[in-house]
Design a protein around this ligand. Structure first.
Ligand SMILES: *Cc1c(COP(=O)(O)O)cnc(C)c1O
Length: 345
């Protein structure tokens, strides 16, 4: 599919690595039925630009280019108190000489505080022009529209980016990733049988799905929910993926069964640690030296590990895990990932 008519800023110099993980594969197989499991590959989107980058870097390449094309001088976006998306949007704003106003949805009352570390600390360091906090369940798009009106009243021009950068335009970032992967599969001579990725605001999952379908790449995309079970997550992914294909005039209608989400790994709640996440974070760190995050990739990898143990994948099939970033949040849960405090099962 041709992305060239969409303006794009580039925040990463080259393709992120596509790597086989031999030691993780071996450790995983040892805990699978009959000691045999799938071969696990990783797409290192934790090495994207706007360091420490992540999946939001790819979406912002298209969203910020659109903001600049419209003549905006201020980005407005929203997220949780430890939002990677807010932090990466701020980094993009700084790099482009734009101002940036953030709306923080405080899911746990009192969790947004002056002294916090991780992404919250970086919001301040990266120079947010303003940080507004609203309680969980607030109408975020409406509040951001009010923030946009405030910017207009100052004689400036704002550009509002939805939560997670997940709209059709942001989804193009992961269509581009699907095309980057296609080239790497060819160059590295690998046949991937299935892809596993965390599914949150859904843009990453939807963009990859749209990119694979639109480019006739027959790899099923399995989204591990990080905040919702399939009954709630699949319709979001479906809608978003179709919107991406429509934006590209791809002439492709997505079959509902092409949208695959798996639940049960995010509980007890979004961003709250659980035992499967702790095992996954430790296992990848100690076999491959790769750091996952506790909120998204740790839970998504815990889903992959458990599916392998249940025999969901054929032995020796090639499974690609997409590492979507999130490093700063690791520091928010140091005690949990080291097993120093008890976490939910
Ligand atoms: C936002 C985020 C996700 C989820 O991606 P969506 O496109 O919102 O589904 C996964 N991993 C990390 C590290 C993230 O910051």
């Amino acid at each position: 599919m041709d992305l060239s008519r969409f303006p794009r800023r580039r925040y990463t110099a080259n393709a992120t690595p596509l790597e086989f993980m031999p030691r993780f594969t071996q450790a995983l197989a040892a805990s699978c039925p009959a000691g045999r499991g799938p071969k696990i590959w990783i797409k290192r989107d934790d090495m994207l630009g706007l360091f420490p980058g992540g999946n939001k870097t790819r979406k912002l390449e298209f969203l910020v280019a659109d903001a600049l094309a419209e003549g905006a001088d201020t980005l407005i976006t929203c997220g949780a108190p430890q939002s990677n998306h807010c932090r990466i949007t701020l980094a993009a704003a700084a790099k482009e000489g734009l101002k940036c106003r953030l709306l923080i949805e405080e899911r746990l009352p009192g969790s947004f505080k002056e002294s916090a570390s991780g992404n919250q600390f970086m919001f301040r360091l990266l120079g947010a022009e303003s940080l507004s906090v609203v309680p969980a369940g607030s109408k975020l798009m409406e509040v951001m529209q009010n923030m946009a009106d405030d910017v207009t009243a100052l004689g400036r021009k704002s550009y509002v980016i939805p939560v997670g950068g997940s709209n059709a335009l942001g989804g193009l970032g992961y269509v581009a990733c699907a095309q980057e992967l296609q080239q790497q599969f060819f160059e590295q001579q690998v046949t991937i049988d299935r892809l596993v990725v965390g599914s949150g605001s859904a843009g990453t999952h939807a963009g990859l799905l749209a990119g694979f379908l639109g480019n006739h790449i027959p790899i099923p995309v399995i989204g591990i929910g990080v905040s919702r079970d399939p009954v709630d997550q699949e319709p979001l992914v479906y809608q978003d993926a179709q919107a991406v294909l429509d934006l590209l005039n791809a002439g492709v209608t997505i079959a509902r069964e092409a949208v695959i989400c798996i639940g049960g790994y995010w509980q007890p709640n979004y961003s709250v640690p659980n035992a499967g996440m702790v095992e996954a974070v430790q296992m990848l760190a100690r076999t491959e030296g790769v750091l996952l995050d506790p909120v998204y990739t740790g839970k998504a990898m815990s889903g992959l590990i458990n599916l392998a143990r249940q025999g969901y994948f054929k032995p020796d099939e090639n499974v690609l895990f997409v590492h979507t970033g999130g490093l700063p949040a690791l520091h928010m849960h140091e005690d949990a990932v080291l097993g120093r405090v008890e976490v939910a099962n």
